[in-house]
Design a protein around this ligand. Structure first.
Ligand code: ARG
Length: 661
């Protein structure tokens, strides 16, 4: 059961007697929260102050009034009113033990009830552009999306995952161009993805070189020039008289100087990279022959879209190995999708979408392009370019249309990094205009993965870090740690094969957990050392806690299933036992918190707290050597439920446990 929800219901019932506005009743009942500190009881209601204000009564009187009609005798000790009117609740021990028994006997759901009103969710996550290898940037979407999918589903919602892969964009134009000019049949036959990756990188380097030489560097030079004259002018201008104005002026001069320095530094980087490239004589040959690569890549993409037979055939040849490659990564990550309907899937629907928008008077021509003008946005949402090409935006509108028709969702969640915020804000606004008003459209935005230096995580040469290499390294490091720990034992516990399996779970779990444990909207620093630490808020610590509990059963030769089936009672004499029990019963509250604002870190927080309470319990309460048989059984039951709650929680984050490590 969800204890917090139940207590809130009781408060709502009590508040009905005091307030006549239903909305306000729920709002005030929502002010009941788990206590931050056990000395204020287990739950606390902070509603008397605002309620007193509203009713023009003193908070303490209001608190007394609420308590007088509050029916919680079956759950709590008599409520206490503290300070200016806090209502503190302490759950009765016999209630706790009864609930623990229910959770113990419900091996599947741990007594987490499914929601009363299930909704249909479509979760759009991972969604990489498939013609290039997955990189570190894809971790967050994949892992956060997968965790949300799992939690929503566990809570009883109809949940549909759809991997909206980029299988139709410019990256295919790059590969096609690359293949036509540099393709190597033999290499492709041997290792298709490696060959496609080589082509992608080569063409991309060329495209970037020209962009940098012909656009970025000149623009930077212009900016440096402008800033230089701005600074010079500022320094020449006569100073203002008033000291306050003088200060202001100094500040803006300093700002301009700082901007100038920054622009100069940026230019140095760009120019030295250009020089470096131009020092490579092979590359200079390429530059000479492929001066038009940028345009040519776009032309290849356009030809593909227009149905050009050669390009279609190449696309059909290249796509399967690309998909096989990303699927391998998914397999390793333990991520599956209900659907993988990429951009190409919607190709045939795009013209219809644009026509419909035109007919409804929503899309209008502007400078040759077709645009949806949206209130509150500076730029219009372009759905068709002047040359007739459709865009990412058009595909996303078609995707909404399809999802709404096929699945009739109540909500569509897009787990995509924060740089696409504007796109989604506009997409949602356009979709509303188009008539999709009764669906929750949500951009589940997230921050950037940073390197140890605090800048976006890149390889030394400045390219993005490949995902599979990242996983390999985490697993390799985990393997070393697992071996070291096991070798420290008087007698090692694990065979090498077991060590490998453990390392895979610990390594991958570490990466996933580190990502999930951060508030998704913040950036975070990627650090193998931190994420693989055996102590602290890490997957390794959770997995270790789990394995440690399991080892108690091993050591004691106890069958957990048989124990659960028995009629043994649970006693909560030690404060650490009680604290652990309460935490165990709050699992369902944690899951509810996750889905309010789609934040998996609220589940990692919960698991860390649970593991810490378990550690405190284990330190304070002997289990196998408890004073008597009843106590031993009671504690073993707590151990069992702890292990299963940890395992279930980790599973909902997409992380596997190991029985021994
Ligand atoms: N393929 C896109 C990218 O790599 C992300 C797609 C996200 N989903 C969507 N429906 N737009 O940036």
């Amino acid at each position: 059961m969800n204890l917090l929800a139940e207590i809130r219901r009781r408060f709502a019932a009590a508040l009905e007697n005091i307030l006549d506005d239903g909305g306000a009743v729920n709002e005030f009942a929502g002010m009941v929260l788990p206590s931050q500190d056990a000395k204020f009881g287990d739950y606390q209601a902070n509603l008397a102050m605002p309620l007193g204000k509203r009713l023009g009564k003193s908070p303490r009187d209001v608190a007394a009034e609420v308590v007088a009609s509050l029916q919680v005798g079956d759950i709590c000790e008599p409520p206490e009113i503290a300070g200016p009117g806090f209502i503190n609740l302490r759950i009765k021990n016999d209630f706790l033990t009864r609930q623990l028994k229910r959770a113990l006997n419900d091996t599947e759901r741990l007594d987490v009830s499914p929601v009363a009103a299930p909704r249909t969710y479509v979760v759009d996550y991972s969604s990489p552009n498939v013609a290039k290898p997955m990189h570190v940037g894809h971790i967050r979407s994949t892992v956060i999306g997968d965790a949300l999918y799992r939690v929503l589903k566990f809570l009883g919602h109809r949940t549909i995952s759809d991997n909206h892969i980029g299988d139709w964009g410019t990256q295919f134009g790059m590969i096609i161009y690359g293949w036509k000019h540099f393709g190597d049949e033999q290499a492709f036959a041997k290792a298709p993805v490696a060959e496609l990756t080589r082509l992608y990188r080569l063409v991309n380097t060329l495209v970037e070189y020209f962009a940098s030489r012909d656009e970025i560097a000149p623009a930077l030079r212009r900016r440096v020039g402008e800033l230089e004259s701005r600074v010079a002018l500022m320094e020449l201008a006569p100073g203002p008289k008033a000291p306050a104005d003088q200060k202001k002026r100094d500040k803006s001069v300093q700002q301009a100087q700082a901007d100038l320095e920054a622009a100069r530094a940026e230019l140095v980087v760009v120019e030295s990279k250009l020089l470096e490239t131009e020092a490579d004589s092979d590359f200079v040959e390429l530059i000479k022959q492929h001066g038009n690569v940028g345009q040519a890549v776009l032309a290849e993409t356009a030809a593909l879209h227009a149905g050009d037979a050669t390009n279609r055939a190449l696309w059909e040849r290249f796509l399967p190995p690309c998909l096989a490659e990303i699927n391998e990564t998914y397999l390793r990550l333990g991520v599956q999708f209900d659907h993988t309907l990429g951009e190409s899937f919607y190709e045939d629907a795009l013209a219809g979408v644009v026509n419909d928008l035109k007919q409804k008077g929503l899309a209008k021509e502007s400078e040759g392009a077709l645009c949806v003008f949206l209130e509150g946005f500076e730029a219009p949402f372009i759905v068709q370019k002047q040359d007739g090409a459709f865009l990412y935006a058009t595909t996303d509108l078609a995707t909404i249309q399809y999802r709404m028709r096929e699945w009739k969702p109540d909500a569509i969640l897009y787990v995509v990094d924060h740089r696409q915020s504007l796109h989604f804000a506009e997409l949602f606004a356009a979709a509303r205009l188009w008539g999709y008003e009764n669906v929750e459209l949500e951009h589940i935005s997230f921050g950037t993965v940073l390197g140890e230096d605090g800048r976006p995580f890149k390889t030394r040469s400045g390219s993005s870090v490949g995902l599979s290499g990242l996983l390999d390294e985490a697993v390799e490091r985990a393997y070393k740690i697992v071996c070291e720990n096991d070798d420290k034992r008087p007698e090692p516990l694990l065979s090498d094969e077991e060590r490998r399996i453990v390392a895979e779970r610990v390594g991958i779990g570490a990466i996933k957990y580190a990502d999930l444990a951060h508030n998704r909207t913040s950036d975070y620093k990627f650090s193998y050392d931190k994420m693989l630490a055996m102590n602290g808020n890490t997957a390794a610590y959770m997995q270790y806690s789990y394995a440690r509990v399991r080892s108690i059963f091993d050591k004691g030769g106890v069958e957990a299933d048989a124990l659960r089936a028995g009629a043994a009672a649970i006693s909560l004499d030690h404060p650490a036992e009680r604290a652990l029990s309460l935490a165990l019963l709050q699992f369902s509250e944690a899951l509810d918190r996750v889905v309010i604002d789609y934040r998996p870190n609220l589940l990692t927080d919960y698991l860390f707290d649970l593991a810490s309470k378990y550690a405190a319990f284990f330190e304070n309460c002997s289990v196998l050597r408890a004073e008597n048989e009843e106590l031993r059984t009671s504690r073993l039951l707590l151990c069992d439920l702890s292990a299963r709650t940890l395992a279930r929680g980790l599973e909902l984050l997409g992380i596997q446990v190991v029985e021994r490590m």
